[in-house]
Design a protein around this ligand. Structure first.
Ligand SMILES: C[S@@+](CC[C@H](N)C(=O)[O-])C[C@H]1O[C@@H](n2cnc3c(N)ncnc32)[C@H](O)[C@@H]1O
Length: 377
């Protein structure tokens, strides 16, 4: 099998988390996938795979339906390194010559309709790539592809989109293959819900946390006789459950606050009536220090616990509460299953017998920073 190169473009707001989501979600979808030469800079991830192209595409399609932090996925034809001292014509000739000579890495079928798009990533020299030169680059690449593959330009509805990514030291030439529909996730923003409370997390962040827990043994997409079981022991307004349900999990939320639990119920009913009628969910009004579920019964836990102060804690301090809840989460999770949890970096918690797979630091605002842990039983 030949080696194929890909680029993934990330959400610039969560650089570290984007890479983790990529890694965990892709391996969750296909544990057999082995990535060669992974490289990240300027919100672009580049990697190589030796695999059957069609099988990869199927996996990427699943990935694209789940991801929240990948904005675009594409195939790489060629990467051109350049130096700041080089002049534009020299760089242009180098690119055009490569297109003329190189056949194998261009997986283009002759005769298709196409367009060329360009995106700047990072700080790119204005001297070399001023707007005039950028236009020249786009048109020259387009012309040489027309010559070589008899492509037809179509700016409105092209079959393939050729992509030029301009970065400070490299120019990446490739083809867009998938564009995840992140708008659907963004539209589930807390302020659009029937019940809204200010402590709710951004759905893009929630979705990425849920994705960190995805495993092949219970892939949430697709037809199952029994849907995999998702648990959030600190449900709040139901943000986590909303993402989990829309991915196809059967979801359980636990919440101690009476009004909060009722609010979450309203939000989940809205979701049910908007196309998720077939998915089951339950809300338990309970203190999560004691979880009323059987041991080894839950496939994945993702949660955003209270940060103290304003949120009710059932009379305990945050450390004790988290220690008790983590113990219970460990008990109810199936073996080898995962828990993803965000904890304020100043809070000392005992992660019980969990194995820590990963920890990412995420700064919420000046006075609050948290750590997102991926734990495994
Ligand atoms: C940070 S919020 C979760 C927000 C949620 N991720 C969202 O986006 O809507 C934490 C929630 O835990 C609840 N809570 C606090 N102590 C609890 C306990 N002992 N058992 C269950 N829930 C508790 C609080 O009422 C609060 O709604």
């Amino acid at each position: 099998l030949e080696e194929i190169s890909f680029y993934f473009l990330f959400d610039g707001n969560f650089p570290e988390l984007s890479v983790l989501e990529f890694k965990y979600l892709l391996q969750g979808i296909d544990p057999g996938i082995s990535i060669n030469k992974l490289f990240v800079s300027n919100e672009i991830l580049i990697f190589n795979l030796n695999d059957d192209y069609l099988k990869l595409l199927k996996n990427f399609q699943k990935f694209s339906r789940l991801t929240s932090l990948t904005r675009e996925m594409g195939l790489i034809y060629s990467i051109f390194n350049y130096q700041i001292e080089q002049d534009f014509d020299e760089i242009l000739n180098y690119i055009l010559n490569t297109i003329k000579i190189k056949y194998s890495s261009f997986k283009i079928l002759s005769g298709l309709s196409f367009k060329v798009e360009m995106e700047k990533k990072g700080i790119v020299s204005e001297k070399i790539f001023n707007s005039n030169n950028r236009q020249i680059l786009i048109f020259s690449v387009a012309d040489s592809l027309i010559d070589k593959f008899q492509l037809k330009a179509d700016l409105v509805n092209p079959i393939i989109s050729i992509k030029i990514l301009l970065t400070p030291q490299k120019i990446i030439l490739g083809q867009k293959i998938l564009k995840p529909n992140r708008k659907t996730i963004m539209n589930r923003t807390p302020s659009n819900r029937s019940y809204f409370h200010p402590g709710s997390m951004n759905p893009i962040l929630i979705r990425s946390m849920v994705n960190l827990g995805v495993k092949n043994s219970y892939l949430p997409l697709g037809a199952h006789d029994k849907k995999p079981i998702f648990l959030d022991p600190f449900m709040g307004g139901g943000g986590m459950l909303i993402e989990a349900i829309s991915m196809g999990y059967s979801a359980i939320g636990i919440e101690l606050g009476y009004w909060m639990a009722r609010g979450a119920r309203m939000n989940l009913l809205d979701l049910s009536y908007s196309g998720f009628e077939s998915i089951s969910w339950s809300i338990l009004r309970n203190d999560s220090s004691v979880i009323p579920l059987k041991s080894n019964s839950v496939d994945v836990i993702v949660t955003d616990p209270p940060y103290g102060h304003s949120t009710i804690l059932g009379g305990k301090n945050l450390e004790d509460l988290l220690n008790d809840v983590l113990k219970e989460c460990y008990r109810v999770l199936k073996n080898k299953s995962r828990m993803v949890i965000s904890i304020p970096s100043t809070t000392k918690t005992n992660l019980t017998s969990f194995k820590v797979l990963e920890e990412v630091h995420d700064r919420v605002h000046n006075s609050l920073s948290r750590i997102i842990y991926i734990l495994e039983k």
